[in-house]
Design a protein. Structure first.
Length: 315
């Protein structure tokens, strides 16, 4: 029997929308989902009759597929809605879309350019709204990230986690909040001008203060890599930033995760990346294809965590 800490009806726009206990419970449930899956129990008929609308303004492979499969395996159904094909693209306000969709479906998951769109969706829709990536955060990714770290490295509180690249990255923001909440140590190694969002950093520092964790921003990538258990990076040019490509690649090249950089980490370090990866930019082929790379397990855990999220907010 699975015990589910109910988050019924809750919005998850940020990791900060969860308490530490709720975050832990979502991770515990994700492990239970994975165990059931490997014991041949893929299908749980707990969302019978429930429908979730998935609104995507941007491309996606992992998020879209893991969410749709998760809903299917839980007995619910999903509606994939490309924002381009909704009346949103012709100017219908998001607040109107919210009040219409809540009359048809039981939840909304949205991937948006601007985090403000999510906030507005959540404000106007009475049903739960979940962030599937915005310019500020990617909480569903962070759930799979911390699950993967705990699965492979056990006690997160004893680990040094190092993120390299753009400190304002949506994935880095959510990871930083989740690690800090759970009492881990995270180094964000980033150049001047790419520091994390101030409010998110302030929040992460406050969580670390309460949990016994440690959060720091460092310029020197070697300082961050030294003795690290987890080496994490994300693309330098996020969706929507394509016109800044040249400058960003130049500014971030020093933070590339390559064989030299990882030689400073513990010998049994794990390499993580939310994917998609740009080989030759933020990571080299040698590192992502090395025995230390756990990116496929990390991607798989998107499914188990997605099931945990839907079971928690919709039951
Ligand atoms: N990691 C992740 O969110 O991947 P997608 O962009 O493919 O959904
Ligand atoms: N930072 C990347 C993450 C993709 C999953 C982006 O926003 O494009």
């Amino acid at each position: 029997m699975i015990s589910i800490k109910s988050l019924r009806g809750r919005d998850i726009l940020s990791i900060a929308d969860l308490s530490r206990d709720e975050l832990r419970s979502l991770i515990d449930l994700s492990f239970k989902m994975k165990e059931l899956y490997y014991n041949g129990i893929k299908f749980l008929n707990v969302l019978n009759g429930k429908t979730v609308a998935l609104i995507f303004e941007k491309h996606s492979t992992r998020t879209r597929v893991s969410l749709q499969v998760a809903l299917h395996q839980l007995g619910g159904s999903s509606l994939y809605l490309s924002a381009q094909e909704l009346q949103l693209a012709r100017g219908e306000p998001i607040k109107d879309t919210a009040r219409v969709l809540e009359r048809y479906v039981d939840g909304i998951v949205a991937r948006v350019y601007s985090h403000r769109s999510l906030v507005e969706l959540a404000e106007y829709a009475k049903i739960p709204v979940v962030n599937a990536l915005s310019d500020v955060e990617h909480p569903l990714q962070a759930l799979a990230d911390v699950m993967t770290i705990i699965e492979l490295k056990k006690d997160l509180k004893k680990l040094k986690i190092a993120f390299f690249g753009d400190g304002r990255d949506n994935v880095a923001h959510s990871l930083m909040l989740a690690v800090a909440m759970l009492g881990g140590t995270i180094y964000i190694s980033t150049p001047p001008g790419y520091d994390p969002d101030r409010e998110i950093l302030r929040n992460a520092l406050a969580y670390a203060n309460e949990s016994g964790g440690y959060v720091t921003v460092v310029r020197d990538p070697v300082e961050a890599a030294k003795g690290a258990d987890v080496i994490y990076t994300d693309v330098w040019v996020s969706m929507g930033q394509e016109n800044e490509r040249e400058k960003r690649v130049k500014d971030l090249m020093k933070y590339q995760v390559n064989t030299e950089l990882v030689s400073h980490a513990k010998s049994d370090y794990i390499f993580m990346h939310c994917l998609p990866a740009h080989r030759g930019e933020e990571v080299t082929e040698g590192v992502i294809e090395s025995k230390n790379s756990v990116v496929w397990i990390q991607a798989e855990n998107r499914l188990h965590t997605a099931k945990a999220v839907f079971a928690s907010i919709l039951i």
